[in-house]
Ligand binder design. Structure first.
Ligand SMILES: *Cc1c(COP(=O)(O)O)cnc(C)c1O
Length: 395
């Protein structure tokens, strides 16, 4: 089997698992307990916080542990909205291609009287700081732009967008779930006020993440209860997961340059091999993209069938859309960059990690070519395209 769906989730690393184990049955006290055994857990928790903060270029006090990226996104947006509402500012700027954890929270805020501007994304998937600057109004309380897109892998000019927000005195949140551990991210130099990350996207365990909030940005708790996380997130801390996350992040940041260098070679070979398929197109900017991300549309092919047949050939891939079963809606990200419905339906996302090899890449290329040719040969749409009855959209 070739696993090429690392944007969906990653294998928990050995380092992460080893770091977690003692906290299940050796140091298993509750960090809130006063006896020394509980305090040992508390020390581990605070040590993990310090190490994670160091990886993000912020202070330990700026780190709040959450159940993952979705919770961090929810809390970031709701907190910034609460701050805005207190000042009578109820306008939020974001983009049309955010993760649903952001988009659906914005939808909820709309029902609470917030006005939301979703910026259009150009075809290359790269927002310009100018677009953001132009969208900010006197009543804007928050800008939320994802660091790197989870489908097409484009990496936004976050530092510049952050600078625009700083200049205009508007809070800036970034969903950095796909970026952290893969490309350099630094809260301070990137001018970020609020940042979300999730451990299972960088070889840590699932169900744990971080909301980093710059000092002076008060968070609203989504979960009421005990005083854990300085009252920002009630509930007994998931210490094994937090220790696993800290270890995975440390490892990912340590190996970041070497992994990225290796992945770019694999990625570009895969892009080259798939570009040779006629009537196909690479989605997202060829350069400003995550080191392991490849995303294509194939005309006259149905994405779901493509995935199933690739699965038969031992390749785990994704269409890139968070297609809930039964829904045939194409990806909102592909529609946002202007792909027509019929093209957006034929999408394929392949996301590699450092364990993938050039042999994997060659096998994937062969498998995709075969499957695309097979599906086209059976497709009535393809017949119409070939006979000229219908015009090709992709060259
Ligand atoms: C995976 C992902 C999330 C959600 O993170 P979970 O930890 O799975 O809740 C949010 N945003 C982006 C960009 C993601 O890729």
């Amino acid at each position: 089997m070739i696993y090429a769906d690392n944007a969906a989730t990653t294998k928990t690393s050995r380092t992460a698992i080893a770091a977690m184990l003692p906290y299940f049955n050796t140091v298993y006290g509750n960090p809130s307990s006063l006896y020394a055994f509980g305090q040992q857990a508390k020390e581990a928790l605070e040590d993990a916080r310090t190490r994670i903060a160091a990886c993000l270029g912020c202070d330990a006090r700026e780190i709040t542990f959450t159940s993952g990226g979705s919770e961090a996104d929810n809390q970031a947006l709701l907190s910034a909205a609460a701050i805005g509402a207190r000042k009578g500012k109820k306008h939020i700027v974001s983009t049309a291609f955010e993760h649903h954890a952001v988009l659906h929270t914005l939808r909820k805020l709309k029902t609470q009287g917030f006005d939301v501007t979703l910026l259009d994304v150009p075809e290359n998937g790269l927002l310009s700081p100018r677009q953001v600057a132009d969208a900010i109004r006197d009543d804007t309380c928050l800008v939320s732009v994802m660091y790197a897109n989870n489908e097409i892998g484009t990496v936004q000019p976050i530092r510049e967008i952050g600078a625009v927000c700083r200049e205009k005195g508007v809070l800036f949140h970034t969903d950095a779930v796909q970026a952290v551990g893969h490309i350099p991210v630094d809260l301070r130099s990137d001018n970020i006020d609020l940042l979300s990350l999730s451990a299972h996207k960088f070889h840590g365990p699932r169900g744990v993440g971080v909301l980093a909030a710059r000092r002076g940005v008060p968070l609203t708790s989504l979960i009421e209860g005990g005083a854990q996380e300085r009252g920002k997130r009630a509930g007994t801390e998931n210490l094994p997961a937090i220790m696993g996350m800290a270890a995975a992040l440390g490892e990912a940041v340590r190996d970041l340059d070497a992994n990225a260098r290796k992945l770019r070679v694999l990625r570009d070979a895969l892009i080259e091999g798939l570009s040779a398929v006629p009537h196909s197109i690479l989605n997202g900017d060829p350069e400003r993209r995550l080191p392991g991300n490849v995303h294509f549309c194939f005309e006259g092919v149905e994405g779901e069938s493509l995935l199933l047949l690739l699965d038969d050939k031992g390749v785990c891939a994704s269409s890139g859309s968070a297609c809930t079963s039964g829904s045939l809606d194409p990806s909102h990200v592909l529609l946002a960059i202007g792909r027509p419905h019929e093209i957006a339906h034929g999408s394929l996302r392949l996301t590699l990690d450092a364990e993938n090899t050039m042999e994997d890449v060659q096998q994937i290329i062969i498998a995709v070519r075969e499957v695309v040719a097979y599906l086209r040969a059976m497709s009535p749409v393809w017949r119409d395209l070939m006979s000229g009855k219908q015009k090709f959209i992709l060259e």
